[in-house]
Design a protein around this ligand. Structure first.
Ligand code: MN
Length: 205
């Protein structure tokens, strides 16, 4: 497993949490999975994850993503996760790190964008990796999402220190100020369950 996952492993106890520890998908340097997990932990939040270079880059977004370009959502960078975490849905037991239910709220793929309004489809895989590394360094990552609930351009803009970013919808054809998918579409795209249902299904025994 990548040493980039040391922090992930240090925070969790294998055997005590159902979260993945092995990572069969690591090693595809060109993978571009996208997932948002709704995590009803002690503080309710959405985990926004982008596959890059064998791990899932991760941000915790307390209010979740918006489809309104005028809404800037706080996104706190958190530790890289194993790529297999993109399929994780379940209940982290009481007493463990991040205790509470997790659902796969949205899933699909993503593409980093060098240009203002176009996904950079012509770039090579190595070119895209470099683009993302530079964007993380510079604190300005622009990308396109193709998922079940969210699509179109988004920007992650760092504004303070290492970890404080803003998640903002690009004002494109997929922007819609009237949509509010975190409240109107609360179910898992994998199982149709809400976090409360996952807690009920897997807790209490
Ligand atoms: Mn979380």
């Amino acid at each position: 497993m990548s040493e980039r996952l040391d922090t992930y492993r240090r925070k969790r106890r294998a055997g005590e949490t159902p979260e993945p520890f092995d990572d069969p998908s690591a090693g595809d340097p060109n993978g571009r999975r996208f997932v948002i997990q709704h995590h009803l932990a002690s503080s309710d939040h959405y985990d926004f994850r982008l596959e890059h270079d064998g791990v899932l880059l991760s941000w915790a977004v307390p209010k979740g993503p918006s489809t309104d370009p005028r809404e800037k959502r706080l996104a706190v960078r958190t530790e890289d996760h194993p790529v297999s975490y993109a399929d994780f849905e379940g209940l982290i037991p009481a007493g463990e790190y991040g205790a509470g239910p997790v659902i796969v709220w949205d899933a699909g793929t993503w593409t980093p964008a060098a240009q203002e309004r176009e996904p950079d489809t012509a770039a090579t895989a190595a070119g895209r990796r470099r683009l993302v590394d530079e964007a993380l360094e510079n604190g300005h990552l622009r990308f396109w999402i193709d998922a079940t609930k969210l699509s179109g351009g988004y920007v992650l803009q760092r504004f303070e220190g290492e970890d404080q970013w803003l998640l903002i919808k690009v004002d494109d054809g997929e922007a819609d100020a009237r949509r509010n998918p975190t409240s109107t579409e609360p179910e898992s795209v994998l199982t149709g369950r809400t976090p409360e249902q996952v807690a009920g299904d897997e807790g209490g025994h």
